[in-house]
Design a protein around this ligand. Sequence first.
Ligand code: WT7
Length: 614
Amino acid sequence: MLKVEQTFYPPQRVLQKAQVQDFEALYQKSISDPEGFWSSVAKELFWFEPFDRVLEWNFPRAKWFLNGKTNISYNCLDRNLNDFRNKVAYIIVDEDGNESKITFGELKNLVSSFAGGLLSLGVKKGDRVCIYMPSSIEAIIAMLACARIGAVHSVVFAGFSHQALKTRIEDALAKVVITSSYIKRRGKQIDTLGVVLEATKELNFVKHIIVSGKCPENLISFESLLKSNPVEASSVDSEDPLFILYTSGTTGKPKGILHTTGGYMTGVYLSTKLTFDLDKNDIYFCTADVGWITGHSYLVYGPLLNGITSVIAQGAPDYPSIRRWFEIIERYGVNVFYTAPTAIRMFMRHGEGFLKGIDLSSLRVIGTVGEPINPEAWLWYYKNVGLERCAVVDTWWQTETGAHMITTIPSYPAKPGMAGKPYFGIEAKVVDEEGKELPPDTPGYLVITKPWPSMFRDCFNEPNRYQEYFSIIPGNVYFTGDIAVRDQDGYIMILGRADDVLKVAGHRIGTMEVESALVSHPAVAEAAVVGKPHEVKGEVIKAFVILREGHLPSEELSKELKNHVRNVLGAVAVIEEVEFVQKLPKTRSGKIMRRILRAIEKGQDVGDTSTLED
Ligand code: WT7
């Protein structure tokens, strides 16, 4: 896998109009004077009061655009209004192909009124508001309305179970939960409100539940709040919190990744513009769900800050048909398409035939995100979706980084399977465990050596977990958790996670979360979970389970355990395979050696086992 043979030069039609013609020149400028560079980017946005310092770096804590006062909702909506009042901000296509459109002007009015509604319910600056909704205009209104009044949104992916939702509401002490009465997926209705009611049953601090759609009498109707008196965007500090987004780590408890306002806004604004080389007339289609960081940065904030028209496709990628996303590209003349390797591999499995007769010639830039893309899938994407006339951009970044960090951009050659070079203002290295930089073509730990504006500022309630990212590798650097390798030309290939975090269909799942869920079943004494390579999903979950006395292995029990984990964690954590075992490989201190289990699963050499207890 380490060998990348081909280099793909950007097609003339893409290069000709690219905003950045000379990547190296701008990159050098951005790292020789990062503060000057970021300051000029930030000044393209609106500030109620200008910042007086660009960066304060007290390792590992950064503050950006100090004393600047701004509002991201203002920058997404009000700032664009003179030019864009009647321009479409979102085209939403539901599962049945019904479309609805909303202009920047209409969105601004709805957000302003909904923000007024939140204020009238007593939501104040700094209060946490949980949003448990599918990708929809309502979810976007809710997010922007929170930002408008300085409340902190915590969007929870609507596929999470009531228990997972409860943990997140509790951790953030959210006083309001916003949801929809149901979600439609694959023609079926999922009872979203039911999940919220179950999750909040015992949470007395939750003061209000707001429901879009059919709303029971004792709850607050989303639609009625849209009739509240509109409010102007409030002026917030650059370092005031914007949102929390929970993500998996190496312990059983998800981390609340906290992002603040000015730096995040500047990072997503620039990266949306330059990675996708957006033109103001472009139609942009990002397939991510609002519940993940890609949805936050590149479905909501990034395109709005750039005044771009976006398409949102609700529901599943292959329902009612595998042609759906591509028909949407044709129907709206999409120019920029951003999706995940797992989706590309799923399409690939269907051959090329299903694309016959669909006109994809409007596309110019096509991107991927979420996990490594294998060269075969990259080539398939380039040929069959990009028709060998688009730039393919592989974008590496994380919930923690807020915005693109290592990515190809349309004006320099792409290498299939390699994410690309460090982005503007970003310095990245591949190092050993002592923090020493490794020579090219040698795999090691991927670290970021300088602060960047859209970096997370904390793990909510858990500052120690924030510190951990900066203390694992010596040298005052941020450790990404990934293994990577850099080639002679400075391109970086991501090889996967170095820690016990899985990437199943691009979703991040901690092995400990799944193990805790398993052990909470009465039949389970101990469990270890590893990732197993999978053609479409990249990785799937395999569980090794030791049963308690009195329980016997069976097909039924295996099914029951799979269901149990699904109930505890939600549809994102589906176990592919359960193997009942008598013992698990452990160190003398009792730590399960997942490395060994992984090696056995992949048929590899188990390596050094001298520290093994058994
Ligand atoms: C982890 C972060 C970033 C938005 C979605 C995922 C993996 C992400 C790539 C890529 C190889 C990638 C890494 C990273 N990852 N993008 N282009 N190539 N790996 O965000 O859930 O925070 O996960 O996803 O392992 O650390 P996330």
